[in-house]
Design a protein around this ligand. Sequence first.
Ligand code: SF4
Length: 434
Amino acid sequence: MTQLERALKGETTDEVKAVAAAEEIAVELVRERVASGKIIIPANKNRKQNIVGIGKGLRTKVNASIGTSTDIAEIAMEVEKARIAQQYGADTLMDLSVGGNIAGTRKAVMDAISLPIGTVPLYEAFAIAIEKYGAAVNMPAELLFEITEKQCAEGVAFMAIHCGINRKTVEMLRKQHYRYGGLVSKGGSYMVAWMEHNNMENPLYEHFDRVVEIMKKYDTVLSLGNGFRAGAIHDACDRVQIQELIINCELAEIGREMGCQTMVEGPGHIPINEIEANIIMEKKMSGESPFYMLGPITTDIAPGYDHITAAIGAALSSSFGADFICYVTPSEHLGLPYPEDVREGVIASRIAAHIGDMIKLGKTDKDRLMSKARRDMKWDAQFALAIDPERAREIKAKRGNGSDHSCTMCGKFCANDILSGMFEQNMVGSDKAK
Ligand code: SF4
């Protein structure tokens, strides 16, 4: 049985208890929300992994994606990236390898870390088809199901599966006549090309019940992939993106009713004033299935800094109710991320998720403590509260003046030092008033 089926029967699983303890909320509330599909726990039965809850009332979670390309396929580097993602606080990791030894990379990554692992099985299926049958469009549909099951059996905890692409959405895309950014989802592009070449329906849509049964067998979470997400600000919320969202929300509900844990993926590239609408639509149309935002990237003109454009989008998304954020690294749109990019991406996303959680969940205690530690120049307390203590310590040490009563920013003009002691008694009242 899946976590959802067990919760529906009234069972409080160890995983439900672990989520409740980590989030400091009532066990029964977690169980109820797992039963209604508002919280998911990606915990494949065949692998021991960190227990992470994603969904309503929980801290916004951060995913880091790694993986080989056809140009750079070094297993050792992907393992290093996975380790860095875990070290700097990612909650989950997706291996999106498309080049070299895809299965070997996945195994090495899964052996190296304990985060729940996500994949896009379609990538491996199309890569095999290119090698074995000469072209991705020659892929036998059966291969998709075989690879999906193989990856589930290996212990993959959640999978992005592009079920929401169907002949109707492809027809809509054709009729729309424009898309500034084209299709930016690899899975989406390959699937559309396969459907066009073979003049067939998407097997993942046509045989959705089969996809669900495979997921259920291993309790892998079905993440309804965003193949038509906008890859340009000017394409955001166009008809095909919204049509796919409607289909994915419907499939999330069908899957859930079949006993499968599901979530829905969101954009992509989007201006900040359209983020909230996407979240409202997803929540309403799916019965509050957890929403997994990819970024989102909020301007197209900052290559090299897309961890920042995405963090701005992620902070807003989280504040409006998104549950899960996929990080973006500084190398987005430019090249395969290196290990240092993974650290930047994870930290930027964690900052964004926290900013959102301050609004969504009212989680402001750490900020209050940090303010006091700054005022009182308690440096160790500041480092302990920092999202990236290592970076904070490094900067303080490198640019220090040897004093604990100021830093080199203002030196002798340190405002905190000038008025040190003044606020201590007043803060008692402020604290009570919080
Ligand atoms: S020197 Fe300036 S920046 Fe540094 S602790 Fe004092 S007030 Fe803050």
